[in-house]
Design a protein around this ligand. Structure first.
Ligand code: SAM
Length: 340
């Protein structure tokens, strides 16, 4: 018997056509399938009717979601799985669909131009035709897009934010600032888990109202405040700990080093810089998500890219930080911590 299995095309085909599954899920989130079913199980006719599905598509679409493990079907009645009920019902605070809504509305189309980005090195998003403009200016030009993006950031960052709130030795410190805070979920999680700390959310002025609304909704407006500022032109807040979540990967090498240098200048003596991203493994062969995220930065920014833990430690050391280390957070995310 031949025990040596020959090569099969399965993996190639699975990855090559994985956009089918991806878009089916993104459309389900867009149409509110999981929010609808959070009210309780529904018959095929009711569900298809409420979602406005065409009779040609309805059965295949809903059963595809069953086969993908996002819905359950029993005696012709459809319901959410535990995961989709918790994470994809828009009305729950645990909703993580913001990032998928953004992926659907923006990234899915931009990634269609990946080949052009690979050849030209140029972004393929709203900033494509606006040469030299910060990617955030183009993104924030429309208030609805701004809100969608900020909420999406909370979705993608929440698990890592909760881990950082636990894993950093916060007891040693009194103050912190989250640089490029977006809606402020990292600041919120740190403040909730560490009642002795006072924190600042630092970001472009347009972000202020969204940060303040979110901090207030968590009862933290007494301990968290917003500081408007541009980290290219202004100093960072003077605090014990500075955090930067998904910031360094937005920018080119000089900009990355400049931000780390600015953090060193601003920190109180003994303070710490906590950087986190989907940090790529030093061998650049395992963290697929981190590598794909770096390609996403190619599509989204003029010079951004993701980096390995070793590279980040090197930049921190060059800026003056000591004892820098990498620690895994959740999923593809790790943090790099350095001390002043
Ligand atoms: C990719 S998001 C990361 C958000 C959040 N830290 C997280 O991990 O979920 C980048 C953030 O940097 C902010 N940002 C971009 N340019 C900035 C600048 N020049 N000064 C301050 N903040 C900036 C954006 O507004 C945005 O909130």
């Amino acid at each position: 018997m031949n025990t040596q299995a020959g090569p099969t095309p399965d993996h190639i085909m699975q990855v090559g056509l994985s956009f089918w599954a991806s878009k089916a899920l993104l459309s389900a989130v867009e149409m509110g399938v999981f929010t609808e079913l959070a009210n309780g199980p529904e018959s095929f006719d009711n569900l298809a009717g409420r979602l406005g599905l065409h009779h040609r598509s309805a059965r295949d679409f809903l059963d595809t979601l069953v086969a993908l493990g996002f819905l359950q079907r029993s005696n012709g009645t459809y319901s959410n799985t535990r995961e989709t009920d918790l994470f994809l019902d828009r009305r729950k605070p645990s909703y993580l669909g913001g990032i998928l809504e953004m992926a659907n509305a923006r990234l899915f189309g931009f990634w269609n131009h990946l080949t052009e980005a690979l050849r030209t090195g140029r972004p393929q998003n709203e900033a494509k035709d606006a040469s030299g403009e910060s990617p955030f200016e183009a993104l924030y030009a429309e208030p609805a897009r701004l809100k969608e993006f900020l909420a999406a950031m909370s979705g993608i960052s929440h698990g890592a934010n909760m881990a950082i709130a636990q894993k950093v030795s916060w007891a040693k410190y009194k103050t912190f600032a989250d640089v490029g805070t977006a809606q402020g979920d990292l600041a919120v999680q740190i403040a909730l888990a560490n009642p002795h700390l006072k924190g600042i959310g630092f970001d472009l002025a347009q972000v202020g109202p969204t940060f303040e609304e979110y901090a207030q909704s968590k009862g933290l407006n007494g301990r968290l405040s917003f500081q408007p500022g541009d980290f290219f032109t202004e100093p960072l807040p003077k605090v014990d700990v500075l955090t930067m979540g998904h910031i360094l990967h937005d920018w080119n090498l000089d900009e990355k080093k400049m931000l780390i240098g600015k953090a060193y200048e601003a920190l109180n003596p003994g303070g710490a810089l906590v950087v986190y991203d989907a940090i790529i493994d030093d061998d650049r062969s395992k963290n697929t998500f981190g590598l794909l995220m770096s390609l996403n930065m190619l599509v989204e920014t003029p010079g951004g890219y993701d980096y390995t833990g070793g590279e980040c430690i090197g930049w921190m050391k060059a800026a003056g930080f000591r004892d820098a280390y990498v620690e895994h957070l959740v999923g593809p995310d790790s943090m790099v911590v350095g001390f002043k």
